[in-house]
Design a protein around this ligand. Structure first.
Ligand SMILES: NC(=O)C1=CN([C@@H]2O[C@H](COP(=O)(O)OP(=O)(O)OC[C@H]3O[C@@H](n4cnc5c(N)ncnc54)[C@H](O)[C@@H]3O)[C@@H](O)[C@H]2O)[C@@H](O)CC1
Length: 483
């Protein structure tokens, strides 16, 4: 699992660690790691000796790290030039070290560089980039050669211009090839549009770990976590003990949603899928193992309900929603079921003891929360989770899963190909199967988003992706993960 901490927590950890160390130790460690990573990049491109390295240097310690790393590269024979954004305010020890190593300052972007280090701002940035910094970042494009290639850009700690705690990119920002960060990951490395600005993220250990005593702000599951959490049948398992998932999805108008949520559920770990709704004939024809009924009240026993995808918002849909919310079972509400919550008619049912999962896209989120997720998607998802007492899975390029207590997970496997009709129905079915198999709601949501994302990527290998392609790719993805 990867974890990221907020700036305030990083600052506290740094402070407590610095109290035990000689002045400047952390910066020396950071700069040494940064220089090592840059040297590797230069070696891949022909060598450190003689390479032209450009440092973009802001006024804080982020600029200091950059100057010290530049000094180390200059000592190895690189031609290091520093463009100081505020020459009147610069990290003096860093600048002295650079000059002593043979580096020098320049007053404008040079015509050619082999590597650029972005040390304009790090975790001390506030607001969007100031005009001088924004203008330099815009002009980084000028470094492209005739063939359109530009030198690799290494962001120091975070790409300048991103909002570190939310992953928002409010204006001009650096798009890095590699981001070398120190001590721990920060939210911008994992969430929001900032995450895609980071390129490869390389974490340098500066000894901060033991001092990070707060809960992480963002967590990201890895393949080993998913494989470890995925429920597997044992020798004594039967179809009931593996969990039965019930689907109250689809309608005469949207039979496809019923088929797609069923296909998603069948790829999950539960032992049986029950479908309840008006598309029951289509479902059993396409998926003979599914046990069908035409309404929730007649469906038989299940261990979790999925309700909403393609359900419509008429009287029948309201009855079905009321029925599933009245159970003492885990319930996932998607699409139309979320729309039916708007207006508060079902609000009293949300205060339930059994787990509740909501899977809105931005439009559904806005209708339910009263405002769009905005720039701080993780914060917005956490607020909705606290308000509804539900695990909220907010769909997006980096899908967010938030719990009522404020725990945030970001999904790393997202893919734009998942933005296709019916893809959410597949996700809902899969997530419902994980709930029915007994997984805690937050893990079920994180696992479903992860596997669904991989399935989208796998399906994309064969051309344009439709929701049935995503559903078909789920099983091979699960097989790969469980190895
Ligand atoms: N504190 C520590 O112990 C360590 C800090 N390290 C480095 O120090 C950095 C943090 O240093 P600082 O706290 O000095 O902060 P930064 O260097 O990130 O930025 C603060 C400076 O940038 C200017 N600034 C703020 N917002 C701006 C904006 N929107 N546009 C342009 N300029 C802006 C401010 O005037 C201030 O001088 C980290 O990101 C990391 O690179 C590392 O050396 C590791 C250890």
């Amino acid at each position: 699992m990867r974890r990221a901490w907020r700036v305030s927590d990083v600052r506290s950890a740094e402070k407590s660690l610095m109290a035990t160390l000689p002045d400047g130790t952390l910066m020396q460690r950071a700069a040494a790691g940064l220089a090592r990573r840059c040297a590797l990049l230069l070696q891949e491109a022909g060598g450190v000796y003689g390479a032209r390295v450009l440092l973009l240097v802001g006024s804080g310690d982020n600029g200091g790290d950059t100057l010290l790393a530049g000094a180390a590269l200059a000592r190895r024979g690189a031609q290091v030039r520093a463009l100081l954004l505020t020459p009147e305010r610069v990290h003096l020890a860093g600048l002295t070290a650079l000059r002593q190593a043979g580096g020098f300052t320049v007053s404008d972007l040079p015509g050619r560089s082999d590597l650029v280090l972005d040390g304009i701002v790090g975790i001390g940035a506030s607001g969007g980039l100031r005009p001088a910094a924004a203008s330099i970042v815009r002009r980084l494009e000028d470094l492209r050669d005739r063939t359109g290639n530009r030198p690799p850009i290494v962001a120091v700690d975070v790409p300048s211009g991103v909002t570190v705690d939310t992953g928002d990119v409010p204006g001009e920002a650096v798009t890095a090839d590699v981001t070398v960060t120190f001590g721990c990951l920060k939210p911008a490395h994992l969430i929001g549009p900032a995450a895609t600005r980071c390129g490869l993220v390389d974490l340098i250990d500066i000894g901060l770990g033991p001092a990070l005593v707060t809960d992480p702000a963002v967590r990201v599951a890895e393949a080993a976590d998913i494989a470890g959490w995925w429920p597997r049948p044992g020798a004594t398992s039967d179809k009931y003990t593996r969990g039965v998932v019930g689907l109250a999805t689809g309608s005469a108008f949207y039979p496809g949603a019923a088929l797609l949520s069923t296909a998603g559920a069948l790829a999950g770990p539960s032992g049986m899928v029950r479908y309840a709704g008006s598309a029951h004939r289509e479902v059993v024809r396409a998926h003979p193992s599914v046990v069908v009924a035409d309404r929730v009240a007649d469906a038989g026993r299940v261990q979790a309900w999925v309700c909403g995808s393609g359900l419509g918002t008429g009287d029948q849909a309201r009855t079905e929603l009321r029925s599933v919310l009245a159970t003492a079972l885990p319930v996932l509400l998607d699409a139309d079921a979320i729309n039916l919550l708007v207006g508060g008619e079902h609000a009293t049912h949300l205060r339930r003891d059994a787990p509740l999962v909501l899977t809105p896209h931005d439009g559904e989120f806005k209708r339910l929360a009263g405002e769009a997720p905005g720039a701080d998607r993780a914060g917005a998802a956490a607020r909705l989770a606290a308000w509804t007492n539900a695990v909220v899975l907010l769909k997006g390029d980096r899908t967010i899963v938030a719990t009522p207590s404020g725990e945030i997970w970001a999904n790393p496997t997202g893919s734009p190909v998942l933005a296709t009709a019916g893809s959410g129905d597949v996700l809902a079915g899969l997530l419902g199967s994980l709930l029915a198999a007994g997984m805690p709601a937050v893990r079920a949501a994180v696992t479903a988003a992860y596997v669904h994302g991989l399935a989208g990527r796998r399906a994309a290998q064969d051309g344009p992706v439709t929701a049935p392609d995503v559903a078909s790719a789920l099983r091979p993805v699960v097989a790969d993960l469980l190895g």
